[in-house]
Design a protein around this ligand. Sequence first.
Ligand SMILES: Cc1ncc(COP(=O)(O)O)c(C=O)c1O
Length: 452
Amino acid sequence: MNPTLEQQDLAHLFHPCTDLAGHARSGPQIWQRGEGVYVYDNHGKQYLEGMAGLWCTALGYGEKELARVAAEQMETFCYGPLFAGKSNEPSIRLAAKLAEWVPIDGARFLFGCSGSDANDAQVKLVRYYFHAIGKPNKRKILSRGNAYHGVTVATAALTGLPAFHKHFGLDMSEVVHLTSPHFYRQGRPGETEAGFVERLGRELEEVIEREGADNIAALFAEPLMGAGGVILPPDGYFERIQPVLEANDILLVDDEVVCAFGRTGNPFGCQTYGMRPATMTMAKALSSAYVPISAVAVPPFMYEPIEKAAGEVGIFGHGLTYSGHPVAAAVAVRNLELMEERGLMAHAAAMAPTFQAALQRLGDHALVGNQRGIGLIAGLELVADKDTRQSFPPADKMAFKVAAACLEEGLVVRALPGDIVAVCPPLIINESQIAELADKLKRGLDRVLASL
Ligand SMILES: Cc1ncc(COP(=O)(O)O)c(C=O)c1O
């Protein structure tokens, strides 16, 4: 008898970001097709995809126009590098399209395949830039607790989550993690949000004093933190820290991998939170996840010295075989065009109040200590005691239980470290689907509550 897909998965696949031993016991969930905001497993059961995959399928599933563009590009010109000044039309058109979207004047775009490799390139770019302007000691990178910037050797070190560090032998010597801007968890008893922001600002000043401004290149920051727990910056946070960064010539690297292209109610998260980024990283919704592609926006003030320094070396010695892959670029261009033609930014902003109101109602649920969100992204933090904010023992895996119960109900949500249930549906979601999502999420929470 032929082995089942489940058996072959257990025999041959190495699953990323997975409880490997738990997976060996429970086996895989196998997805087979998708349409709009719905996905279907290999038994034909329908689920509302409340996480847009991994915060990425903005335009929803089964978009034939993107499939057509990919097939056409594969037939016309399947691959050509951007190395050594060679170019291809989709990459040129994507860079020009991004120049219309991205709020960094005169930016140039360096393409990659994932958010991780793009942020890795950012680490190299900021160091290259400071080297080029005669400040080679500016190498250290500031990040924050709960940050998620990727999993390469450099970006895993920036990520502020222990599971991404333990056992990997990362070099943490040039990374400094600041306190997570998570007021619900990091705020002290009696501390106001404004007081918390002031404390974070002072911490930044002290770290710069201690490490030396001459040794610090950049602060990496997501406008709102996604994988670290859907953590919204407290009011006034970026206003407080940006002047400190600017005064010390520390670049603000805006990691928009989750936020870009409409997630927070504006095209970019930096616009929602008044950030003034030096550079920006994009991935995920750039292609609505139809193909892997990422982009780094490099401003002229960095590009010009980098160009000069690269001239002295002979080449700018960074790039991937697939930087500017024509199929990925063609799909990304069409994805952005479809977002424009269908008014997706306006749609997402218009759905946000309905979505947030529906999720806010779940804040009253007995398991939910804190409910937060903006635009079309939200998180529910589960607690054992609402008054004391006491968490459940990690071994109880409460958020995983809720995510599993939601699957039973036909809804995909994601369990994050710290017992947070994340919700981040495709941006095409409509009002009745939002009601369906909230209803299924409530039933998932109820199921777990009833089992306690
Ligand atoms: C904010 C942020 N940055 C970077 C990454 C890494 O992107 P990738 O998984 O494509 O490497 C992620 C992934 O979730 C992310 O959320």
